[in-house]
Design a protein. Structure first.
Length: 197
């Protein structure tokens, strides 16, 4: 009994096998492209990695001190394939000076950053300008205004707008706030007094 009928010059089985092979190769290529890991060692590499990212990608910031880096995380992601920006080792990527983080598009996730010893005169250390973003395992420590007379109530804060934060915390000079960094707490030095709780 013959299981496959003959097409002109080929069997149906051979045609089906070729189609399956082509489909499998297409899926492998697209899956690999959708989950690229990019590594950045400085601000220009980080900006290039963000610009080149596709849904499902991961961007790794290398361990070290990053000074005056304003991260505008604006990559295009999806609910099914968020883009992750993470520290190479949680707590070992230290952002200082006037460094800040801005979520500018949905479905972005940031993990493991450590804001330490910096100061902003305006704006927020972390700002969510989009929905469905998440900040995890991130600490903000001793990020105070450079002057005790600087008021942060005009917009400089720990986090602004609604976003999802988990396992984050802030500590001002002389005070610890082990709460979510987006719980509405203002930046260290709010009310014009450095280190106020």
């Amino acid at each position: 009994m013959k299981l496959f009928f003959t097409l002109p010059g080929k069997t149906w089985f051979r045609t089906w096998q070729n189609l399956l092979s082509a489909a499998f190769a297409f899926l492998l290529i697209n899956t690999a492209a959708a989950q690229t890991v990019r590594t950045a060692a400085n601000a220009s590499q980080l900006n290039a990695a963000i610009a080149a990212s596709n849904p499902g990608d991961t961007i790794i910031m290398t361990n070290g001190t990053w000074t005056n880096v304003a991260i505008n995380f604006n990559a295009i992601a999806t609910a099914a394939q968020p883009i992750v920006l993470r520290a190479q080792t949680p707590g070992k990527v230290i952002l200082n000076g006037s460094s800040s983080l801005l979520f500018s598009a949905p479905y972005l996730m940031v993990n493991g950053l450590y804001f330490k010893g910096g100061a902003l005169t305006t704006g927020s250390i972390v700002r969510f300008n989009s929905t469905n973003c998440r900040l995890t395992n991130t600490a903000i420590v001793d990020y105070n205004p450079p002057s005790t007379s600087t008021s942060t109530s005009s917009g400089a804060g720990v986090c602004a707008s609604a976003g999802s934060c988990s396992r984050c915390g802030t500590r001002c000079r002389g005070a610890v706030r082990p709460t979510s960094c987006c719980s509405g707490a203002t930046a260290c030095g709010a009310r014009g007094a450095r280190g106020s709780a």
